[in-house]
Design a protein around this ligand. Structure first.
Ligand code: UDP
Length: 501
């Protein structure tokens, strides 16, 4: 039998960019209240990785659901989209949705309930791409919340695009998004992720997204890793479009674990210690950090231009590299072929740059005084980590809602300058150098001031000095109260039914 604690079940989608904010959420819940038993649901390989990376102080538990990648047409042992080429990503999404039919998730929750003396979990918090779990929770009488690791504005644009495919009805390259105040959100066709640009409403991506989003109505709460004060346009979109859901920003949730605790790969020869020592040797505010997140990469010609720009700019830099899009993502990085001749040797000799393969200790890098700016794909975890450490961004969105994050950060928040767009666009090293100078020199002061304001807002959001005065702390408290109320009502109703029998 399990202990007497109430359980909270977390179910992230199978990708590092999703698992990381869920882990941050789990650790935050543990910190706020130690009276909950937190269960992380996922497939065997993801849980195996996670188990070895949890900090020793955490008491998170695991619920494994069986998964055979090959029976879904995926390569053996593929349970995470970080190791999949683009054309197989949709298959992982479809495979995740099939978990509802095999009842394995439902059975796992029922087994947990039985182990807890028949007491169901307090709530199930699942990923934005696992909408079907809301229906399972409904069947079991458990409170359900969707947790978005991405921000309100980015996700609002993404959802609006999938629900309406507005770009299909216009010839022009610019168009406005429906469901927002007329003309307030203007997009350009180059800002569309490939699957949305190619969607016609009947393709497999559209079908997956339509089914996923329509399943959200069975949920009760929509939690965001963002802050009310700077994300109102996006949050109010969800309040209008999903009136049955309580929309609750509870960010920033940032995972502050050391590299060896992280869940990425560290195949490169440069260690965490080398990177931190190298940063220590650099002047304050002098280093550009370049990374495209846990799963994305750019084309070989873009890589060449970016390398030339880094060299021509004479800035200090750390660049996390992965093989270009033309090559198998799991292959070895070949600097001789994909970088200018002698690039790595010259940088080693001058000490100006570090080229790190696959994975770097991002949060530690961003928190170092030497870092001046972050050239990022604008995945939301990276954005929150950067802003939370007062570091302005250079945006180079590549997929998903990253295009809209970059747009919002630049146009509404003044903390980012877009430097590239997409994996296929032409990039010219001279333009990139100009943008580097803009962010790291000409606009440095104003951007730093803007970022500092955002950072302060983020710090205040979780303030709990006198009860719950921070907006995220209050939102989170309200969410837990709702779940408790629902739990109480369900158990009262159950008792009543038993008495009547
Ligand atoms: N990350 C890291 N080291 C790397 C690349 C990524 O620690 O070399 C972490 C990063 O700190 C962030 C996450 O992986 O927490 C990436 O999430 P994000 O939303 O930025 O992008 P995604 O990987 O989902 O595209």
């Amino acid at each position: 039998m399990e202990d007497e604690k109430q359980s909270i079940v977390l179910f992230p989608f199978m990708g590092q960019g999703h698992i990381i904010p869920f882990l941050a959420l789990a650790l935050q819940i543990e910190q706020v209240n130690t009276n909950y038993a937190i269960y992380f649901v996922n497939t065997p390989l993801n849980l195996k990785k996670l188990r070895s990376s949890l900090p020793s102080y955490s008491s998170i538990r695991f619920l494994e659901i069986p998964f055979s990648s090959s029976s879904h047409g995926l390569p053996p042992d593929s349970e995470n989209f970080d190791t999949l080429p683009y054309h197989l990503i949709l298959r992982l999404y479809q495979a995740s949705a099939s978990l509802q039919f095999k009842s394995s998730f439902k059975e796992a929750i029922q087994a947990l309930t039985a182990r807890c003396h028949g007491r169901p979990p307090l709530c199930i918090i699942s990923d934005i791409f696992l909408g079907w779990t809301a229906n399972v929770a409904k069947q079991l009488g458990v409170y359900h919340a969707i947790f978005s690791g991405t921000g309100g504005f980015g996700l609002a644009c993404y959802v609006s695009l999938w629900l309406n495919l507005p770009h299909r009805n216009v010839v022009a390259h610019d168009f406005s998004l429906p469901d927002f105040k007329e003309g307030t959100v203007q997009l350009h066709k180059t800002q569309l992720p490939t699957n949305i640009a190619e969607a016609d409403g009947e393709d497999d991506w559209s079908i997956f997204q339509r089914e996923n989003l329509s399943a959200w109505v069975d949920s009760q709460s929509l939690l965001f890793n963002t802050v009310e004060e700077f994300d109102q346009i996006g949050l109010s979109y969800f309040r209008r479009k999903f009136p049955g859901l309580h929309v609750r920003p509870i960010g920033p949730l940032v995972l502050r674990l050391k590299t060896r605790d992280r869940i990425g790969n560290t195949t490169g020869v440069i260690t965490r210690e080398t990177i931190l020592k190298w940063l220590d040797s650099k002047p304050s505010n002098s280093v550009l950090y370049v990374s495209f997140g846990s799963m994305n990469t750019i084309s070989s010609s873009q890589m060449m231009q970016l390398a030339k720009a880094l060299e021509a700019s004479q800035k200090n830099f750390i660049w996390v590299v992965r093989p270009p899009i033309e090559v198998d993502i799991n292959s070895e990085f070949n600097g001789k072929e994909w970088l200018p001749e002698g690039f790595e040797e010259r940088n080693r000799a001058t000490g100006r740059g570090l080229v790190v393969q696959n994975w770097a200790p991002q949060v530690e890098i961003l928190s170092h005084r030497a870092v001046s700016a972050f050239l990022s794909h604008c995945g939301w975890n990276s954005v929150m980590e950067s802003l939370g450490h007062g570091v302005p961004l250079m945006g180079w969105p590549l997929a998903g809602e990253q295009f809209f994050n970059a747009k919002y950060l630049e146009e509404e928040m003044g903390v980012c300058v877009e430097v590239g767009r997409g994996k296929k666009s032409e990039v010219n090293s001279e333009d990139v150098v100009k943008k580097m100078e803009e962010v790291m020199e000409e606009k440095k002061e104003i951007m730093r001031r803007n970022v500092e304001k955002v950072k302060e807002t983020m710090e205040k959001a979780w303030e709990q000095r006198e009860s719950f005065n921070g907006s995220s702390a209050k939102s989170f408290h309200d969410f837990l109260s709702d779940a408790q109320q629902n739990h109480q009502q369900t158990s009262d109703a159950k008792e009543w039914r038993e008495m009547e029998r």
